[in-house]
Design a protein around this ligand. Structure first.
Ligand SMILES: Nc1nc2c(ncn2[C@@H]2O[C@H](COP(=O)(O)OP(=O)(O)OP(=O)(O)O)[C@@H](O)[C@H]2O)c(=O)[nH]1
Ligand SMILES: [Mg+2]
Length: 285
């Protein structure tokens, strides 16, 4: 996979470097080494999101909390990556905070996130957040997810559609029922005490990913989201769900496929059975 990845990172400006130099003597550890400007990185995987990408980048950078942003693009034919590069060169203020990781072709959401997590760990971020590009997740909720980890005691916070009823806007009833019962099914099979098991709007503390990425993550779509939460829970990390409202995409095309559902349906049974033979130790942290 590594061979397919081209990393396009902007180095911190002199202003940020001088900020570090001034604060350095007062910190016991020089935490955000390499290129991290802020302590939290939002990872957005993209495939053909030209209608959304500029707006979502601006929305994240307009938040009161400063986040760095990594776009993981799978060589979108619609030129999504081109737009990101333009944003990097056009706006000096965003250049150091906006990263782009380009992969050769469509390789799925799971591996896009794993590549993003590896980038985030390598660059010293303490909090790594996942978000879709299509505004289904409200960027304002990033702060809630971040605070649940940074100021609450959570190791993983989850933006949950099903914590307080069903908080989904503009989905047909068939999709609401499918998603709700899929989450219920996963909870039943796995025993995970999580309402929204397939959620893709989450924040991890780096120590969780340090542990989880030591082993192979096998699933790609919804299965990936379930597997990550399952492993986090089995390792004994603290999980907190935060209620969010999920809105159906308005612009661009959905990439959902029947294969993604199938993988998740059979995958949870596999996950549960494999967990009987696997050791999840606190010492591994
Ligand atoms: N890098 C990368 N990104 C992807 C891939 N598939 C989907 N994405 C992105 O992942 C995010 C979620 O994809 P969506 O198509 O919105 O899937 P979804 O949210 O499950 O489906 P909808 O609710 O119908 O929109 C979006 O930002 C997509 O652009 C992929 O193979 N590679
Ligand atoms: Mg979507």
């Amino acid at each position: 996979m590594g061979a397919n990845i081209k990393v396009n990172v902007h180095t911190p400006s002199v202003r940020y470097l001088s900020g570090y130099l001034i604060t350095l003597p007062f910190f016991p550890i020089f935490r955000n080494s390499k290129n991290a400007v802020n302590n939290a990185l939002v990872i957005i995987p993209t495939y053909n999101e030209k209608e959304n990408i500029e707006m979502i980048v601006q929305a994240v950078f307009s938040l009161p909390k400063d986040f760095d942003l990594l776009i993981v693009d799978d060589n979108s034919p619609d030129g999504t990556a081109r737009i990101v590069k333009d944003l990097q060169t056009k706006h000096n203020s965003t250049a150091a905070k906006l990263h782009l990781l380009q992969r050769e072709g469509k390789q799925g959401l799971g591996t896009a996130y794993i590549a993003g997590f590896r980038f985030g760990l390598e660059h010293g971020y303490d909090y790594l957040l996942e978000m879709d590009a299509d505004f289904s997740h409200d960027p304002k909720d990033l702060t809630l997810l971040y605070l649940a980890c940074a100021e609450g005691a959570a190791d993983l916070s989850i933006g949950s559609r099903y914590l307080t009823g069903v908080n989904v806007v503009n989905w047909p009833m068939s999709r609401v029922l499918l998603s709700y019962f899929a989450s219920y099914y996963v909870r039943l099979i796995t025993g995970m005490p999580i309402h929204d098991t397939t959620a893709g709007f989450v924040c991890y503390r780096r120590r969780v990913l340090d542990v989880l990425l030591k082993n192979k993550i096998r699933f790609a779509g919804y299965g990936f989201q379930i597997e990550m939460k399952f492993n986090t829970w089995k390792h004994g990390f603290k999980i907190k769900e935060v209620p969010i409202i999920f809105t159906e995409r308005v612009r661009g095309q959905s990439k959902l496929s029947v294969g993604i559902f199938k993988e998740a349906f059979f995958g949870v049974i596999q996950l549960k059975m494999q967990s009987w033979f696997r050791k999840y130790s606190i010492e591994s942290r």
